[in-house]
Design a protein around this ligand. Structure first.
Ligand code: AMP
Length: 394
């Protein structure tokens, strides 16, 4: 039985006014033009306002930041000038993105937020901390640095959010997180968000969260998949690049993400595409932060049409209006597939996902993905498909 069987539907009539948010937060809701709460907001906000520990199985893009942000902002005292909330996130991009969203939601509430992350001068960030933010958003490594140097004082901490916990574990931050959490006051409210719930994450929740914690699952992954038209193309390994460039040109892809398995392939493929006159740029974890920001800006502003990336952007980053996701390299896990294709078809728009299969095993793997997502992945047979090996499902 699949998870979505257990998922409750969203109440279409629920309004933000029903969620017992204060006027400052309702003013933020109106200013930002949020018409009604998303599913996760509707489920998390009432419980979080009661002070319950929560596990939310949901991804970025579901309105998760406001789901934990509103209740925290409502219950923080902006005049106390101590750190009352800590949000731990896996990447620098997400730290900045979450901090910006929280700061924006907090405009009327006048709560100060700050982000700390690697790749920027530790001294500059330490100086900023003297402004006494109430909310700190940080990546595990930099938080550990600051805690070791006793720059951050969490004595008065009341709220802890672990965001994208599975991603943090995947990135090897498991011990850092254990260490950070074990140094925080025990009397606090903890909210943990994760797109998947593998055993180590469940254990973390068992050890560090209250017994009566609530588990909330939103069906976003399933819904997103429903809104993506999914295809695969059987293609010979050697023909992948020419197939890709033909596809991007034929479909006139304005904003697409091409996923590769390794950083080397990302660099190489983006060069190959540029050589074929396609405005493509590479993005992966080995790049400097300034470079990543530059690429991201170019992509967001439309100067670049194609972002060639590792799984780095398959989660967490919020980029609007991605029309196509192409799995140049086959995703290693069905979950990776879902996360990757979930970058398109956001906010009610449809999107298209195309997966290259270079052997029979990959085609069989797609069948498994179909079973998990309940969606069909249709084969595209390009007319001028060049010498591709015939690869068919059994
Ligand atoms: P997040 O999942 O927190 O990254 O949020 C994704 C995007 O959705 C952000 O740009 C939010 O500002 C936006 N958002 C959050 N809540 C709502 C809502 N209730 N209605 C419309 N947009 C929202």
């Amino acid at each position: 039985m699949h998870e979505h069987v257990f998922m409750q539907r969203k109440d279409e009539n629920m309004k933000f006014e029903d969620l017992k948010l204060n006027n400052a937060l309702l003013a933020a809701v109106h200013r930002k033009g949020f018409e009604k709460p998303t599913e996760i907001q509707e489920k998390i906000i009432p419980l979080a306002l009661e002070g319950r520990d929560l596990i939310g199985q949901a991804r970025t893009g579901t309105g998760k930041t406001a789901a934990f942000g509103f209740p925290i902002l409502q219950r923080i005292n902006p005049a106390s000038h101590v750190i009352e909330a800590l949000v731990v996130v896996p990447t620098r991009e997400l730290a900045l993105q979450v901090k910006e969203e929280l700061a924006d939601l907090a405009r009327e509430s006048r709560v100060q937020c700050m982000a700390v992350f690697g790749g920027q001068s530790i001294n500059v960030q330490a100086q900023h901390l003297q402004r006494k933010p109430s909310i700190v958003v940080g990546t595990p490594g930099r938080l550990m640095d600051f805690m070791r140097q006793r720059v951050l004082d969490f004595k008065h901490l009341k709220f802890l959010v672990l965001d994208e916990a599975d991603k943090m574990f995947d990135m090897g931050f498991q011990e850092d997180i254990q260490m950070i959490v074990s140094q925080l006051p025990k009397e606090r409210q903890t909210m943990l968000f994760s797109a998947t719930m593998p055993e180590p994450i469940r254990r973390l929740a068992e050890v560090h969260m209250k017994q009566d914690k609530e588990y909330i699952n939103v069906s976003e992954d399933k819904l997103t998949v429903d809104e993506v038209d999914q295809y695969f193309i059987a293609v010979d390994h050697k023909q992948k690049v020419s197939m890709l460039s033909a596809l991007l040109k034929h479909k006139n892809v304005q904003r697409g993400v091409v996923f590769c398995r390794t950083q080397r392939t990302v660099d190489w493929l983006s060069r190959m595409l540029r050589g074929k006159g396609i405005r493509a740029e590479a993005m992966h974890g080995a790049q400097r932060q300034t470079q990543r920001n530059r690429v991201l800006d170019a992509f967001k502003s439309g100067r670049t049409n194609i972002l060639v990336s590792t799984n780095l952007v398959s989660r967490g980053l919020h980029i609007e209006d991605i029309t196509h996701v192409i799995n140049f390299d086959f995703p290693q896990e069905p979950e990776t597939y879902v996360h990757r294709i979930g970058r398109t078809a956001r906010q009610g728009k449809r999107g298209e996902a195309i997966t290259f299969c270079t052997n029979l095993l990959e085609v069989q793997e797609l069948k498994k993905i179909e079973d998990i997502t309940g969606a069909r992945i249709k084969e595209i047979r390009p007319v001028q498909k060049v010498q591709a090996q015939p690869v068919h499902a059994p």
